[in-house]
Design a protein around this ligand. Structure first.
Ligand code: UDP
Length: 238
Protein backbone atom coordinates (compact mmCIF):
# COMPACT_ATOMS: atom_id res chain seq x y z
CA UNK A 1 0.00 0.00 0.00
CA UNK A 2 1.19 3.52 -0.76
CA UNK A 3 -1.12 5.00 1.85
CA UNK A 4 0.39 7.54 4.17
CA UNK A 5 0.08 7.71 7.96
CA UNK A 6 -0.20 4.00 8.53
CA UNK A 7 -3.86 3.71 7.53
CA UNK A 8 -4.02 0.59 5.35
CA UNK A 9 -7.49 -0.74 5.98
CA UNK A 10 -10.64 0.98 7.20
CA UNK A 11 -14.21 0.07 7.97
CA UNK A 12 -16.79 2.68 7.03
CA UNK A 13 -20.25 2.65 8.63
CA UNK A 14 -23.01 4.28 6.60
CA UNK A 15 -26.45 4.50 8.17
CA UNK A 16 -29.55 3.78 6.15
CA UNK A 17 -30.71 7.28 6.94
CA UNK A 18 -27.69 8.73 5.14
CA UNK A 19 -28.88 7.03 1.95
CA UNK A 20 -32.24 8.83 2.12
CA UNK A 21 -30.77 12.11 0.96
CA UNK A 22 -33.75 14.30 0.23
CA UNK A 23 -36.21 11.42 0.01
CA UNK A 24 -38.64 10.27 2.74
CA UNK A 25 -38.13 6.62 1.90
CA UNK A 26 -35.64 4.50 0.00
CA UNK A 27 -32.30 5.39 -1.55
CA UNK A 28 -31.38 8.68 -3.19
CA UNK A 29 -29.21 7.79 -6.21
CA UNK A 30 -27.42 11.14 -5.90
CA UNK A 31 -26.26 10.16 -2.42
CA UNK A 32 -25.24 6.60 -3.28
CA UNK A 33 -23.16 7.75 -6.26
CA UNK A 34 -21.51 10.53 -4.24
CA UNK A 35 -20.56 8.05 -1.49
CA UNK A 36 -19.35 5.61 -4.16
CA UNK A 37 -17.03 8.26 -5.59
CA UNK A 38 -15.59 8.90 -2.13
CA UNK A 39 -15.02 5.18 -1.56
CA UNK A 40 -13.41 4.90 -5.01
CA UNK A 41 -10.96 7.65 -4.02
CA UNK A 42 -10.02 5.75 -0.87
CA UNK A 43 -9.17 2.62 -2.87
CA UNK A 44 -7.33 4.78 -5.39
CA UNK A 45 -5.19 6.04 -2.49
CA UNK A 46 -4.18 2.45 -1.77
CA UNK A 47 -6.36 1.95 1.30
CA UNK A 48 -8.51 -1.15 1.68
CA UNK A 49 -12.11 -0.49 2.64
CA UNK A 50 -14.98 -2.46 4.07
CA UNK A 51 -18.41 -0.87 4.37
CA UNK A 52 -21.23 -1.69 6.77
CA UNK A 53 -24.59 -0.30 5.70
CA UNK A 54 -27.60 0.24 7.94
CA UNK A 55 -31.23 -0.24 7.07
CA UNK A 56 -33.08 2.50 8.92
CA UNK A 57 -34.21 4.15 5.69
CA UNK A 58 -36.36 1.09 5.02
CA UNK A 59 -37.14 -0.87 8.20
CA UNK A 60 -36.07 -0.88 11.82
CA UNK A 61 -37.04 -3.78 14.08
CA UNK A 62 -37.93 -1.50 16.96
CA UNK A 63 -40.20 0.68 14.84
CA UNK A 64 -41.91 -2.36 13.35
CA UNK A 65 -42.49 -3.88 16.78
CA UNK A 66 -44.11 -0.62 17.94
CA UNK A 67 -46.67 -1.19 15.20
CA UNK A 68 -47.34 -4.74 16.40
CA UNK A 69 -44.85 -6.93 14.53
CA UNK A 70 -42.92 -9.47 16.61
CA UNK A 71 -39.54 -7.90 17.48
CA UNK A 72 -37.40 -10.74 16.16
CA UNK A 73 -39.37 -10.79 12.90
CA UNK A 74 -38.97 -7.02 12.71
CA UNK A 75 -35.24 -7.36 13.19
CA UNK A 76 -35.11 -9.96 10.43
CA UNK A 77 -36.89 -7.46 8.18
CA UNK A 78 -34.41 -4.77 9.25
CA UNK A 79 -31.48 -7.01 8.40
CA UNK A 80 -32.94 -7.79 4.98
CA UNK A 81 -33.36 -4.03 4.46
CA UNK A 82 -29.60 -3.66 4.92
CA UNK A 83 -29.10 -6.27 2.19
CA UNK A 84 -31.13 -4.08 -0.19
CA UNK A 85 -29.05 -1.04 0.71
CA UNK A 86 -25.89 -3.09 0.23
CA UNK A 87 -27.00 -4.06 -3.28
CA UNK A 88 -27.73 -0.42 -4.12
CA UNK A 89 -24.28 0.58 -2.84
CA UNK A 90 -22.65 -2.26 -4.77
CA UNK A 91 -24.33 -1.05 -7.93
CA UNK A 92 -23.22 2.54 -7.32
CA UNK A 93 -19.66 1.42 -6.54
CA UNK A 94 -19.38 -0.70 -9.66
CA UNK A 95 -20.64 2.23 -11.74
CA UNK A 96 -17.82 4.22 -10.12
CA UNK A 97 -15.37 1.56 -11.32
CA UNK A 98 -14.86 -0.23 -8.00
CA UNK A 99 -15.01 -4.02 -7.95
CA UNK A 100 -17.32 -4.82 -5.07
CA UNK A 101 -18.53 -7.84 -3.14
CA UNK A 102 -21.53 -7.94 -0.84
CA UNK A 103 -21.16 -10.39 2.04
CA UNK A 104 -24.21 -11.03 4.16
CA UNK A 105 -24.44 -12.29 7.74
CA UNK A 106 -27.63 -14.11 6.74
CA UNK A 107 -27.62 -16.29 3.62
CA UNK A 108 -29.29 -14.74 0.59
CA UNK A 109 -27.26 -16.95 -1.65
CA UNK A 110 -28.72 -16.13 -5.04
CA UNK A 111 -28.03 -12.48 -4.41
CA UNK A 112 -24.73 -12.10 -2.57
CA UNK A 113 -21.97 -14.02 -0.82
CA UNK A 114 -22.16 -15.28 2.74
CA UNK A 115 -19.89 -13.51 5.18
CA UNK A 116 -16.75 -15.56 5.67
CA UNK A 117 -13.98 -13.65 7.40
CA UNK A 118 -11.00 -15.06 5.54
CA UNK A 119 -12.76 -14.55 2.24
CA UNK A 120 -13.58 -10.97 3.14
CA UNK A 121 -9.91 -10.28 3.89
CA UNK A 122 -8.90 -11.84 0.59
CA UNK A 123 -11.31 -9.56 -1.29
CA UNK A 124 -9.88 -6.54 0.52
CA UNK A 125 -6.34 -7.54 -0.35
CA UNK A 126 -7.40 -7.62 -4.00
CA UNK A 127 -8.51 -3.98 -3.76
CA UNK A 128 -12.19 -4.89 -3.81
CA UNK A 129 -14.64 -2.95 -1.72
CA UNK A 130 -16.48 -5.33 0.60
CA UNK A 131 -19.95 -4.40 1.77
CA UNK A 132 -21.03 -6.20 4.90
CA UNK A 133 -24.80 -6.70 4.93
CA UNK A 134 -27.36 -8.01 7.43
CA UNK A 135 -25.60 -6.52 10.44
CA UNK A 136 -24.38 -9.14 12.88
CA UNK A 137 -26.99 -11.62 11.67
CA UNK A 138 -28.67 -11.54 15.07
CA UNK A 139 -31.79 -9.74 16.28
CA UNK A 140 -31.51 -7.10 19.03
CA UNK A 141 -28.23 -5.83 17.62
CA UNK A 142 -27.56 -2.82 15.42
CA UNK A 143 -25.46 -2.18 12.37
CA UNK A 144 -23.24 0.06 14.53
CA UNK A 145 -22.33 -3.02 16.55
CA UNK A 146 -21.87 -4.94 13.30
CA UNK A 147 -19.48 -2.20 12.14
CA UNK A 148 -17.41 -2.52 15.33
CA UNK A 149 -17.40 -6.29 15.01
CA UNK A 150 -16.36 -6.33 11.35
CA UNK A 151 -13.73 -3.62 11.89
CA UNK A 152 -12.13 -5.77 14.58
CA UNK A 153 -12.51 -9.02 12.64
CA UNK A 154 -10.87 -7.71 9.48
CA UNK A 155 -8.11 -5.99 11.45
CA UNK A 156 -9.02 -2.47 10.32
CA UNK A 157 -6.76 0.34 11.48
CA UNK A 158 -9.76 2.56 12.00
CA UNK A 159 -13.51 2.45 12.10
CA UNK A 160 -15.19 5.46 10.50
CA UNK A 161 -18.74 6.37 11.38
CA UNK A 162 -20.27 8.67 8.78
CA UNK A 163 -22.91 11.00 10.17
CA UNK A 164 -24.64 14.26 9.31
CA UNK A 165 -22.44 16.31 11.67
CA UNK A 166 -18.69 16.76 11.63
CA UNK A 167 -18.00 15.07 14.94
CA UNK A 168 -19.19 14.68 18.53
CA UNK A 169 -20.43 17.79 20.30
CA UNK A 170 -20.98 18.66 23.96
CA UNK A 171 -24.64 19.30 23.03
CA UNK A 172 -26.77 19.14 19.89
CA UNK A 173 -25.15 21.67 17.52
CA UNK A 174 -28.45 21.99 15.61
CA UNK A 175 -30.22 23.45 18.67
CA UNK A 176 -27.51 24.69 21.08
CA UNK A 177 -25.25 27.54 19.87
CA UNK A 178 -22.90 26.87 22.83
CA UNK A 179 -22.19 23.32 21.63
CA UNK A 180 -18.47 22.57 21.24
CA UNK A 181 -16.93 19.85 19.11
CA UNK A 182 -14.64 17.30 20.72
CA UNK A 183 -11.36 16.75 18.91
CA UNK A 184 -10.74 13.60 20.92
CA UNK A 185 -12.85 11.80 23.49
CA UNK A 186 -12.45 8.51 25.36
CA UNK A 187 -14.78 5.55 24.90
CA UNK A 188 -15.86 5.78 28.54
CA UNK A 189 -16.67 9.46 28.26
CA UNK A 190 -18.93 8.78 25.28
CA UNK A 191 -20.74 6.18 27.37
CA UNK A 192 -20.83 8.20 30.63
CA UNK A 193 -22.07 11.37 28.96
CA UNK A 194 -24.62 9.33 26.99
CA UNK A 195 -23.52 11.04 23.78
CA UNK A 196 -25.81 9.70 21.07
CA UNK A 197 -23.19 8.74 18.50
CA UNK A 198 -23.31 4.97 18.53
CA UNK A 199 -24.99 2.43 20.76
CA UNK A 200 -23.15 1.33 23.87
CA UNK A 201 -22.55 -2.22 22.60
CA UNK A 202 -20.66 -0.82 19.61
CA UNK A 203 -18.53 1.52 21.76
CA UNK A 204 -17.71 -1.16 24.34
CA UNK A 205 -16.61 -3.63 21.68
CA UNK A 206 -14.23 -1.04 20.20
CA UNK A 207 -13.01 -0.02 23.66
CA UNK A 208 -12.22 -3.59 24.70
CA UNK A 209 -10.34 -4.28 21.46
CA UNK A 210 -8.70 -0.83 21.22
CA UNK A 211 -10.33 -0.05 17.87
CA UNK A 212 -10.20 3.72 17.25
CA UNK A 213 -13.37 5.33 15.89
CA UNK A 214 -13.60 8.51 13.83
CA UNK A 215 -16.89 10.35 13.57
CA UNK A 216 -16.99 12.35 10.34
CA UNK A 217 -19.51 14.21 8.22
CA UNK A 218 -20.09 12.38 4.96
CA UNK A 219 -22.19 15.24 3.61
CA UNK A 220 -18.95 17.20 3.47
CA UNK A 221 -17.37 16.28 0.11
CA UNK A 222 -13.77 15.10 0.40
CA UNK A 223 -13.94 14.56 4.16
CA UNK A 224 -13.24 10.82 3.89
CA UNK A 225 -10.20 11.44 1.69
CA UNK A 226 -8.85 14.11 4.04
CA UNK A 227 -9.11 11.62 6.87
CA UNK A 228 -7.33 8.88 4.92
CA UNK A 229 -4.48 11.23 4.07
CA UNK A 230 -3.89 11.95 7.73
CA UNK A 231 -5.84 15.14 8.36
CA UNK A 232 -7.38 15.57 11.74
CA UNK A 233 -11.06 15.68 10.75
CA UNK A 234 -14.10 14.99 12.89
CA UNK A 235 -13.82 13.52 16.36
CA UNK A 236 -11.54 10.67 17.40
CA UNK A 237 -12.95 8.24 19.93
CA UNK A 238 -10.16 6.20 21.45
N1 UDP B 1 -30.57 -5.40 12.75
C1 UDP B 1 -30.51 -6.53 13.54
N2 UDP B 1 -29.28 -7.05 13.88
C2 UDP B 1 -28.12 -6.47 13.50
C3 UDP B 1 -28.18 -5.29 12.71
C4 UDP B 1 -29.42 -4.79 12.35
O1 UDP B 1 -31.54 -7.10 13.91
O2 UDP B 1 -27.04 -6.99 13.83
C5 UDP B 1 -31.89 -4.90 12.31
C6 UDP B 1 -32.57 -4.04 13.35
O3 UDP B 1 -33.96 -4.27 13.28
C7 UDP B 1 -32.25 -2.64 12.89
C8 UDP B 1 -32.30 -2.80 11.38
O4 UDP B 1 -31.74 -4.09 11.17
O5 UDP B 1 -33.18 -1.68 13.34
C9 UDP B 1 -31.54 -1.76 10.60
O6 UDP B 1 -30.26 -1.54 11.17
P1 UDP B 1 -29.90 -0.18 11.92
O7 UDP B 1 -31.08 0.31 12.70
O8 UDP B 1 -28.64 -0.39 12.68
O9 UDP B 1 -29.65 0.77 10.68
P2 UDP B 1 -29.18 2.30 10.64
O10 UDP B 1 -29.69 2.99 11.87
O11 UDP B 1 -27.69 2.31 10.59
O12 UDP B 1 -29.77 2.81 9.37
Amino acid sequence: SNAPHGIRRVLLKISGEALLGELDYGIDPKVSSRIAAEVAAVIEAGVEIGVVVGGGNIFRGKGLSASGIDRVTGDHMGMLATVMNALAMQDALERAGVTTRVMSAVSVREVCEDYIRRRAIRHLQKQRAVIFAAGTGNPFFTTDTAASLRAIEIGADLMIKATKVDGIYTADPMTDPEARRYDHISYDEVIERKLQVMDTNAIVLCRDQSMPIRIINLNQPGELQRLITGENVGTLVG
